[in-house]
Design a protein around this ligand. Structure first.
Ligand code: HEM
Length: 406
């Protein structure tokens, strides 16, 4: 294998990889090929720098579970998926969050939130999530038989829920959804990402002040009241939760709906056996793996992985989407099977950074999909499949719009 500083050959694997030629639900063909032929391989990033791409389920778990791989974006060699992410981590006003920090700092900050997202606490929100789901579907179907499912259901539902939990006014959703989209776009320039980030941080700082004066029973008020975080830490934590809390689940909801519409047999099975919903959500998380460009780490020591030596200071991207199709763990993994036991999927990551919000995402997805199928038995696409705008340009995969009819 070439030394990381050597120029990449012309046919090198590039990341973010493009799916242009393949099935839009599958990982990019180049990434799939890497898993089959060279599971720990060199890849070229958008900015011409290179890093390792790790594609097998076992190897991805090794990297994400091993403290010799750091999530600290301030370390030299850390691989950035976009100019915006690089600017936010290394720019002059870098505002860091625990998702890109290592223990003990990561653990100190994450611990302040674990009680908020515990399964028991989140399960108690089911009636509220169901109520919001029904209200959105009532409004969407009122006197009409078609709509954009993203704009009217998939995006508002998790946005409403995270606003409620955090204590953020939902009336501001246009503001924070637009800034989140800029931060998640692969096309944003460093300047655009910086501006969006600054605006979100300023918004969060102002909100923290408001909560200090008039506390409510949201997470944000409790964080402020603890008095352990400075205003910069509070603002970045609020921004992380707000973005992670709505973009991810929104895209999973829309993309799952589309996947079920494209797999009528699976859809029929889920309609006739609604008790399958929990397992079906895990299978959809596995099959669709919306965190699709790889989870970044940097080696802090030399580590040998699958016979390949990764040197200290070299960047690594863990391709969750390829790992979740690994035949060694999921036989027939390229097929969606709502009856499969998919619990070993790593769509929420693995190790100390494993998704904090996963109990919430599960509750939202289970309720959203079960209710959608139950209430709209005639649900179908309103445009040809080929016209669906997939989010190839975004850090979180999904569809920009999903025109449906019923
Ligand atoms: C971390 C995926 C929903 C909050 C992560 C990571 C993944 C992920 C892959 C690990 C990143 C890494 O290791 O670098 C998803 C998916 C979701 C989802 C697929 C929905 C389907 C949510 C929700 C929240 C949330 C609803 C709510 C607040 C977080 C936070 C972290 C995280 C705070 C950082 C955890 C840490 O660094 O310790 N998520 N997520 N996520 N997620 Fe999620």
């Amino acid at each position: 294998l070439a030394h990381p500083d050597a120029p990449a050959p012309a046919d090198a694997l590039t990341v973010p990889a493009t799916r242009a030629t393949g099935c839009p639900f599958d990982p990019a063909p180049t990434v799939e090929r890497a898993r089959r032929e060279e599971p720990v391989t060199r890849a070229t990033l958008w900015d011409g720098s290179s890093c390792w791409l790790v594609t097998r389920h076992e190897d991805v778990r090794t990297v994400l579970g091993d403290p010799r791989f750091s999530a600290d974006a301030a370390r030299p060699g850390f691989p950035f998926l976009t100019a915006g992410l690089r600017e936010l981590a290394t720019g002059t006003r870098a505002s860091r969050t625990f998702i890109r920090q290592d223990d003990p700092e990561h653990a100190r900050l994450r611990r302040m939130l674990t009680a908020e997202f515990m399964v028991k606490k989140v399960e108690a929100m089911r009636p509220e999530v169901q109520r919001l789901t029904d209200e959105l579907l009532d409004a969407m179907t009122d006197g009409r038989n078609s709509a954009d499912l993203v704009a009217e259901f998939a995006l508002p539902l998790p946005s409403l829920v995270i606003c409620l939990l955090l204590g953020v006014p939902y009336d501001d959703h246009a503001f924070f959804q637009q800034r989140s989209a800029v931060l998640l776009s692969l096309r944003s320039t460093a300047e655009e990402a910086r501006a969006a980030s600054d605006e979100l941080l300023a918004y969060m700082t102002q909100l923290a002040e408001a909560k200090r004066e008039r506390p409510d029973d949201g997470i944000f008020s409790r964080l402020v009241a603890r008095g352990e975080l400075d205003s910069q830490e509070i603002a970045s934590m609020g921004r992380l939760l707000l973005i992670a809390g709505h973009e991810t689940t929104a895209n999973m909801t829309a993309l799952s709906t589309l996947a079920l519409l494209r797999n009528p047999g699976q859809q029929a099975r889920l309609r006739s056996e609604p008790s399958l919903i929990k397992g079906a959500v895990e299978e959809l998380l596995r099959y669709l793996t919306i965190v699709h460009n790889g989870v970044p780490r940097v080696a802090v020591e030399d580590v040998t992985l699958g016979g390949t030596t990764i040197r200290a200071g070299e960047g690594v991207l863990c391709a969750l989407n390829a790992a979740n199709r690994d035949e060694a763990v999921f036989p027939g993994g390229d097929t969606l099977d709502v009856g499969r036991d998919a619990r070993r999927h790593i769509a929420f990551g693995f190790g100390v950074h494993q998704c904090l919000g996963q109990p919430l995402a599960r509750v939202e997805l289970q309720i959203a999909l079960e209710t959608l199928l139950r209430r709209l038995p005639e649900l179908r696409l309103a445009v040809p499949f080929e016209e669906i705008p997939f989010r190839h340009d975004m850090g979180i995969y999904g569809v920009h719009a999903l025109p449906v009819a019923w």
